[in-house]
Design a protein around this ligand. Sequence first.
Ligand code: PMP
Length: 355
Amino acid sequence: MSNPYWSPAIARLHPYVPGEQPKSTERLIKLNTNESPYPPSPKAQAALSAADLGDSLRLYPDPESTTLRETIAAQFKLKPEQVFVGNGSDEVLAHAFYSFFQRPEPLLFPDISYSFYPVYCDFYGIEPKCPPLRDDFSIAVEDYAIDGAGGVILPNPNAPTGRFLPLAEIEKLLELHPERVVVIDEAYVDFGGESAASLVDRYPNLLVIQTLSKSHALAGLRLGYAMGQAHLIEGLNRAKNSFNSYPIDGICQRVATVAIADREWLADNCTKVINTRERTCQALSELGFEIVPSSANFIFTKPPKITAEALYQALRERNIIVRYFNKPRISEYLRISIGTDEEMDALIAACREIL
Ligand code: PMP
């Protein structure tokens, strides 16, 4: 669709289409966008009713998000100048694409990965180059030995497959492209992966991105962050300061600070989700589903007997929403977010009935 008022760049753009967000979730079992099934840390919720909250709104927020960045740095044994914060990791990713990947050389990322990456490539005029995943959906790092690449980005664990790439393999990638930035998008790392943040001090080309949207149950808050050596953070700040001088609002800064410090709640929440995931994998595989090993808060799975699309639709009719991708190589799979035990029992019962 075109419009005479639009710039040519916008007319050409293929925008990202987010997963369905129904207006009311009352009667729905919503397993399509990898949100937490449980509410966030009670301490984070309490921060929303603090007595001095009014000042967070009356005054401009700290443009540097100092306390929040200090809290993140302390968790990962980094310095505050090695941390950048943004409105969800999507915004941090957008700044990373602008600051590091906007070059004539192609950007490398797996053929099956986060569907926002091709959108950012489109937006910034970056050529994507996508080595295929192996048949078991694992990443073949040797395929990234491509001369003249403009950078590398991958989710770890990968989305939508849930497969985790060990840190030793990440180090090989970093060594393959010492002059270019390698972004590791760790949206799902707390559900069984291992963070590459521990490698930041050793690799000047590593940028690790995390979010509070999944394991911290704060998708509605919109807080993501990047960790890397100070020169990379400085690159991101240049882009950020040119978009918005007060990017993180005061309420978000204070709730996020409390949430990140509550490690005990985080560990408990992840354990619950992981236990439910393992139980669900077991039950689905007994029904004949093919399951890709998951280190995330979702399962990537191929149903027996009927197509993924038919199962998606049959579940939708029963008010259960999962994610179906009408794309080459993955159109026979569904991505199912891990909900509460009751929600997963309802999913398993529905699958049994449909099949
Ligand atoms: N990276 C990956 C791999 C994701 O799946 C998502 C969630 N759709 C994001 C980043 C963005 O998450 P958020 O903007 O909520 O932090």
